[in-house]
Write a protein that binds this ligand. Sequence first.
Ligand code: KG4
Ligand code: ZN
Length: 331
Amino acid sequence: MLTLGIETSCDETAVALYDSEEGLVGESVFSQIDMHAEYGGVVPELASRDHCLKIISVLEDALGARNISEIDQIAYTSGPGLLGALLVGESFAHGLSAGLGKPTIPVHHLEAHLMAPALDFDDIGFPFISLLVSGGHSLIIDVKGLGDYTILGESQDDAVGEAFDKVGKLLNLPYPGGPHIERIARDGDPKKFNYPRPMMHSDNLNLSFSGLKTAVLYSIRDLENLDEHIPDIAASFQRAAIDVLVSKIKKSLTQTNRDTLILAGGVAANGLLRDEMSKLEDELNIKVRYPAMKHCTDNAAMIAYLGSLKTPDMVTQGNSNARPRWPLNEV
Ligand code: KG4
Ligand code: ZN
């Protein structure tokens, strides 16, 4: 069974091919990041238009030498995400479906992220804890099996990547701020600014990052010469954000007694987070896994893979299934 996967929920146009016997046999991603950088964040209308412009060449790249007629079914992200961007992927999937006479499978973007580790590891069995940290999501999820997910904690306001990007903007760093903050923080003192660790000691597993971002804003307002403090601000902010994540992850592992932790999302690239997670491996005697970075961030391989696991009664055609908001417990 050859499943075509299409992902257009935000600012990546991606197509992949997953063969149930051979695994991943083709994938291509075009990132719009340079286009949005000029505006300091994703501009939804520009994202939709660019998906329209790029999707055919991304499909051709993913197909390689294969003919489109070889595919058996078409999985696509139907939510959550930017509505206009989702509709481009869905319309494209429906068009292919009508032209080729193949069924479509609407896929939940976060569910695809949760299942993505299977693309890179064959030693991961259920259950496991997933920490999904990106520009759009900050979630701690107990993954008990396919379709059996419990959200243990989630951000009550900004996603952690969003906080990195907003602080990056305050420090006049290019978009997205995350990797730049990490780089600049290497020359800074993480103890110089005593930023808050919101909700770190709350008795639940929820997260919050907007107060931390506001604390950075206030500390900058009081400074005479911002430039010379940027490394210390970056290091202190990063330390506070990662401290909160580490504390909540630790709590989730001890509460659930799970022995495997999987990280996903762009923030999983952060070196300090990775160092802290390695320490947890020894401290709690657990296994920590990072899928390949290209499968941690938005991609279509995870969409094709999840589509390949879906049963035919989940296959629908025709009407739009796009859902900008789609709680994970409704899959
Ligand atoms: O998963 P992703 O590529 O895209 C979506 O959010 O859809 O994640 C991007 C996010 C951005 O907020 C970016 O600043 C953050 O991941 N990020 C990082 C690092 N690399 C990317 N945050 C902290 N440290 C990094 N090294
Ligand atoms: Zn995502």
